[in-house]
Design a protein around this ligand. Structure first.
Ligand code: CTP
Ligand code: MG
Length: 234
């Protein structure tokens, strides 16, 4: 099946604290959106990419236009932009609505995971193509995790069964569209797409993630991303 990618880049970047949308923040001299778009295209999995940008953001729209022009010649990948919504789930929904119906497999990816290696895209897409309706890349959790109510610990889940979840998350397109049509999709507590399919009783399968698929969320993450890029220079 043809793969379509929804690249969500419409967040405001509150925790990074630069006062501009996170996708516009520079890292190694280029925007986080440029890095993430490049990693999506370089993976070679996508026939189409819909980039979800903040409504009215001329800078990010121009980044998408430019990438679209660069790939227009080889006709292997179509890149377009669409305006996002108030929550991540609303932004994913906007991206899904703009994806061609020929995309039977959809990968939803955070633009903030700017340095995601091609192998992660390949593992996720391959597992969906092999018949899993929902596939997520995960890593073991390194810290002990507590359940806290107020300032009191109420439980300590067994760390061995916990996983930290990354993107791209891969789905059968019809299953993902159905999940996003459900009432819970508008709940602000919806932090990823797999949980919508879990709520519908679908089996969500895991594949191995990658440390480099970390999400640039805080100023420290940006320092780490800059260092990774600097170490790559010849
Ligand atoms: N996202 C989006 N639309 C929103 C919120 C988030 O497209 N309304 C995207 C972000 O652009 C990001 C991804 O979802 O690529 C993961 O979200 P997060 O890391 O939380 O980014 P922000 O919401 O921008 O950051 P913050 O929560 O710190 O404001
Ligand atoms: Mg957010």
């Amino acid at each position: 099946a043809e793969v379509g990618v929804v690249l969500v880049a419409a967040g405001s970047g509150q925790r990074l604290g630069q006062g501009i949308p996170k996708a516009r923040v520079l890292c190694g001299g280029r925007t986080l959106l440029e890095h993430s778009l490049e990693s999506v295209v370089a993976s070679g999995v996508a026939a189409s990419v819909v980039v979800v940008v903040p409504a009215g953001d001329a800078v990010l729209s121009a980044v998408v236009d430019q990438a679209g022009r660069r790939t227009a010649g080889d006709r292997t990948v179509r890149i377009t932009a669409v305006a996002g919504g108030a929550t991540r789930a609303a932004s994913v929904r906007a991206g899904l609505d703009a994806l061609p119906s020929s995309a039977g497999v959809v990968l939803v990816h955070d633009a903030a995971r700017a340095l995601t290696p091609p192998a992660v895209f390949h593992r996720v897409a391959a597992a969906v193509r092999a018949g899993s309706p929902a596939v997520i890349p995960v890593l073991p959790v390194v810290d002990t995790v507590k359940v806290v109510t107020g300032d009191v610990v109420t439980a300590t889940p067994d760390r061995a069964v916990l996983r930290a979840v990354q993107t791209p998350q891969g789905f059968d397109a019809r299953a993902l569209r159905a999940a996003h049509a459900s009432a819970t999709a508008s709940d602000p507590g919806v932090t990823d797409d797999a949980m919508l399919l879990e709520a519908q009783g679908a089996t969500v399968r895991v594949v191995e993630g990658d440390a480099l698929a970390f999400k640039v969320t805080t100023p420290l993450d940006l320092v780490i991303a800059e260092a990774v890029l600097a170490a790559r220079q010849p």
